[in-house]
Design a protein around this ligand. Sequence first.
Ligand code: C5J
Length: 222
Amino acid sequence: MTNIRIDAEPDAVLGVLEETAALIIDMQRDFLEPGGYGEALRNDVSRLRSAIAPCKVLLEGLRARGVFVVYTREGHRPDLSDAPPAKLARGEPSRRIGEVGAMGRILVRGEPGHDIIDELAPRPGEPVVDKPGKGAFYNTDLHSILEHRDIRTLLVCGVTTEVCVHTTVREANDRGYRCLVVADCCASYSPEFHEIGLRMITAQGGILGWVTDSKRVLEPLR
Ligand code: C5J
């Protein structure tokens, strides 16, 4: 077992490398590229691109040390039977979940828009967890996947900071995981929400977890 110390706010985190996983949340075309769900909800999707390069570097460094990597994707069955009516009713009618957009049916599993962006494509052996909600533990087998590997610490990356990253960190925190949110590997359509979302995690002595960055994660792994 390899002990590691990662510098973070509000304080450094001590963990075990073999019990640490990277959790890459929803780095999908539907959120990061034009013509998908993010744009359908009137967001400037280019704002999320800042997270791609740091995420790529971080993943390369973590993979080189054998760290387990898990991806998530938000989306629904083609018949939309797992999508709550209140979620389906959001946005302009012609651009709602299930409608045909520039990358296939919006936020539907199996469509090009639903998949992870090419720059961060998962490697063989890295599970991809499909989730119907914002949180990665809700109605998924993520908890079992992590428990089978004895994972206790999560390095959380992805989009968007205040929605799916936040919801997942809250769920993970309640399940006993130590969550380090990697700030430069996360992004939001709103820079203000990104900053405030990170501050909410570290408030009150780290009420939901810790915040670090890709450099500080990689430092002890060199
Ligand atoms: C959103 C997400 N923003 N992955 N999803 O609807 O954060």
